[in-house]
Design a protein around this ligand. Sequence first.
Ligand code: ATP
Length: 462
Amino acid sequence: MALDILVVDDEPDIRELVAGVLSDEGYSVRTAETAERALEEVRTRTPRLVVLDVWLQGSQMDGLSLLKYLKSIDPFLPVIVISGHGNIETAVAAIRRGAYDFIEKPFKTDRLLHLIERAIESAALKYENAALRNRAGEDEHWIGNSQAAANLRAAIEKVAPTNSRVMINGPAGVGKELAARLIHRNSLRAGGPFVVVNAASIAPDQMESALFGEEDPQGRTVRVGLFEKAHNGTLLLDEVADMPLGTQNKILRVLTEQRFQRVGGRSDVSVDVRVMSATTKDLKEEIEQGNFREDLFYRLSVVPLRVPSLAERRDDIGDLVSYFIERISDSSGLTPRDFSEEAMAVLQSMDWPGNIRQLRNVVERILILSPSDSSRPVSVDELPRDTGSGAMQNSKGGSAELVGLSLRDAREQFEREYLALQITRFNGNISRTAEFIGMERSALHRKLKALGVGSGLTRQDG
Ligand SMILES: Nc1ncnc2c1ncn2[C@@H]1O[C@H](COP(=O)(O)OP(=O)(O)OP(=O)(O)O)[C@@H](O)[C@H]1O
């Protein structure tokens, strides 16, 4: 996708020369002869780079003020200042106000092109770092060789280069956002931005301003919207079912016309954005209940993709665990450890309601809690018993650890847990416990002793 550059210069020769050279290099170029005209162009769409002559004849607003304004709407927007001979002081002032660099007239076009490349690279790094900071710890690799994972990977590769709108459905933490990211990375828009908006985390009355940006009564941009930030790239509408109905209308319009107006604005902003959506909800049901527009659903769901839950692809758990061990130990310096066969068997028998995100958290927690000198494999005892949402219960509702044990050991373990629970429940009273479980008091005593249960629990014996 051609990068969008705005050239602001009052001298037609320079404007045309620079625009011509940049077009030849494959950039998409807009020009403005005054600061006011530049503002209009920026209003139509925020460019990816601005070449600005700060000495603008015939403009009401001076070049430095224009620069200040550009920086206020996007602090990372690279601006290269052209300065006339003898204007070095102004150029230095421009750098202080956030310009990337300056170039003095007359200049060699090669040098300008070189500067532009460097400025775009440096801005891309800044955007990327900001995105990384927002998403610290996120991975980019698609792990999984199960049939379900392989099918999905094939679908991702197929749909990526098509530019079609994709609707990704699946339970929480299953990798929907990662799937969208991979589609973007494998698409023709890979060089453009990938922007995510989570509809569930934005207040409904802020949604339109977040998506479409905002203008003040003078028509100046006070907020650049996410649609505009995603120009030439991809916008993921995450938790799209939570989008307010009013906003759904407006999105529908953008999808049809690829243009919109900022909140409070009058002029049209035109963008080229591939829109993808993700949802944990059944949108057909949401449509029936009147929460989601059917026409929008069909627009968004040109290609539907379903990401299966982790419980539907247990074969991937081993690979995912190894992957997370490597990633987490690399990024945080924790000592990597293997998992014992029994511990792996336990992980593979869990329900994982929080899916891959939960598995990753469990691995991380185990590595953090590992003794610093431990090189032995992670044992069943080290697995967290409760992960906040009952994950360590397997699908049959049984105790997870039992899966890794022989029948004899499992029976013993079960008896131990069962009796400890009953004794706690009867407040340490052996007689009541014995009566409830249907055992002789003396037999229960013997059993508890043999299993090593109850010494601290038997507070009263009635
Ligand atoms: N196939 C995979 N291989 C490696 N890591 C994965 C895979 N799928 C998901 N992950 C990781 O699991 C975590 C959760 O994934 P992601 O945020 O994409 O899920 P989600 O379905 O979008 O969740 P939510 O519905 O809560 O937004 C992330 O750290 C992601 O990198």
